[in-house]
Design a protein around this ligand. Structure first.
Ligand SMILES: NC(=O)c1ccc[n+]([C@@H]2O[C@H](COP(=O)([O-])OP(=O)(O)OC[C@H]3O[C@@H](n4cnc5c(N)ncnc54)[C@H](O)[C@@H]3O)[C@@H](O)[C@H]2O)c1
Length: 349
């Protein structure tokens, strides 16, 4: 296997710069970022200048054709995750694709099949899996400290956090609002900690109450006139093993905290909250809470990139797998379908 990973980045916006490129740089000589592509020429050029990337393209197809690459970061809006990922896999590259995996379950399935066919790594940008709280809690869960986890709560809530950049309010390009954008992070984290149980039924509701009118923008001014996604999603998933999960996700809601990202797990031996990490148990006739006195400080984005590079260079399997991407995408689809029809949606496999 090669000692140096030649990487290309497709989509040169906020996440490419703030999470992928800064952390590829931290990998030192193990990574060479050889090319960047963005449909907006100035964006691609400016990014290339800032990160000293030698080759710049406006068409990712041309980049994949002309530059010999080992791996690609896919950092485009959601609509392009599937076609770009499949083109990169077909060009012989390992792929780290930003979350959510795709727009539909069918796309996520095709991406998984393409990775299998190409014999390349495909993983997704679920960086919370690398957060120290998640890593610590996973060890407690794996050691049986929570027992059977039969109930979970997932919160990805913002009071007025509608993104004022990008295309996050455009259903055509993103597939939805807070559920597919930030809810998916906490949903993936909960499922990961629960061992990715097989879902059985989804009942969801979505709302558009605040995003389509002018208001205070904590994350910048958003395009409220063309706001075409939900601003809140709430619902429940029941799994085949009997466990259930309640999810709430919002870009905007009249709540106290400006932002709340959290997973709560309840098992028959213990429970836990993730952010901040707290474990609840009953021991020696006493209700006790366990909190870490210390957690590692390395950021979750840094670890995500470092581990993707490790996977590509050494073959260690990544944490987030294409099959899990398919499960997530099926859940999101079922959630939106349930919200639209008003019926619970049964997942038949
Ligand atoms: N993991 C995380 O925490 C996290 C955080 C933010 C965004 N994201 C994800 O990253 C992706 C991008 O979000 P962002 O905030 O960087 O958005 P952004 O708008 O800042 O950047 C997206 C860039 O992609 C470019 N682009 C659009 N279509 C393209 C195409 N076909 N080929 C090449 N470039 C193209 C745009 O010109 C833009 O520069 C989204 O899928 C989003 O869900 C993940």
């Amino acid at each position: 296997m090669a000692d140096v990973l030649r990487v290309g980045v497709i989509g040169a916006g906020a996440i490419a710069r703030g999470a992928h490129l800064v952390n590829y740089q931290k990998c030192g000589e193990r990574v060479e970022v050889a090319a960047v592509a963005d449909t907006v020429k100035e964006t691609a050029e400016e990014c290339a200048k800032r990160f000293s990337i030698p080759r710049v393209f406006t068409r990712y197809e041309e980049m994949l054709e002309k530059v010999e690459l080992d791996a690609v970061s896919v950092c485009t809006p959601n609509k392009f995750h599937a076609p770009v990922t499949m083109a990169a896999l077909a060009a012989g590259c390992h792929v780290l694709c930003e979350k959510p995996p795709a727009m539909t379950a069918e796309e996520a399935e095709r991406m998984a099949q393409a990775a299998e066919k190409a014999g390349k790594i495909l993983t997704y940008g679920f960086h919370y899996r690398h957060a120290p709280e998640v890593e610590a809690l996973k060890r407690f869960v794996d050691a049986g400290e929570l027992g059977e986890i039969y109930a979970a709560r997932v919160h990805a809530l913002r009071r007025r956090g509608i993104p004022g950049w990008g295309v996050f309010t455009n259903k055509e390009l993103q597939g939805g609002g807070p559920l597919i954008d930030i809810g998916v992070h906490m949903l993936d984290t909960a499922l990961y900690l629960m061992g990715y149980p097989e879902p059985e039924v989804v009942l969801g509701s979505t709302y558009q109450k605040l995003g389509n009118r002018k208001g205070v923008g904590v994350m910048g001014d958003w395009d409220w006139k063309n706001f075409s996604v939900e601003d809140m999603a709430r619902g429940m998933i029941r799994f085949k093993n009997g466990a259930s999960l309640i999810l709430e996700s919002a870009f905007a809601a009249n709540l106290d905290p400006l932002e709340e990202m959290n997973v709560t797990l309840m098992g028959d031996e213990g429970g836990a909250d993730l952010f901040p990490l707290k474990i609840y148990q009953e021991k020696h006739d006493t209700l006790v809470n366990i909190t870490p006195a210390h957690l590692p400080e390395k950021g979750s984005y840094e670890l995500e990139i470092e581990r993707f590079v490790d996977s590509c260079l050494t073959g260690i399997p990544p944490l987030s797998t294409p099959d899990q991407g398919v499960v997530l995408q099926r859940l999101i689809h079922a959630f939106y379908q349930s919200a639209e029809t008003g019926e619970a949606v049964k997942l038949d496999r």
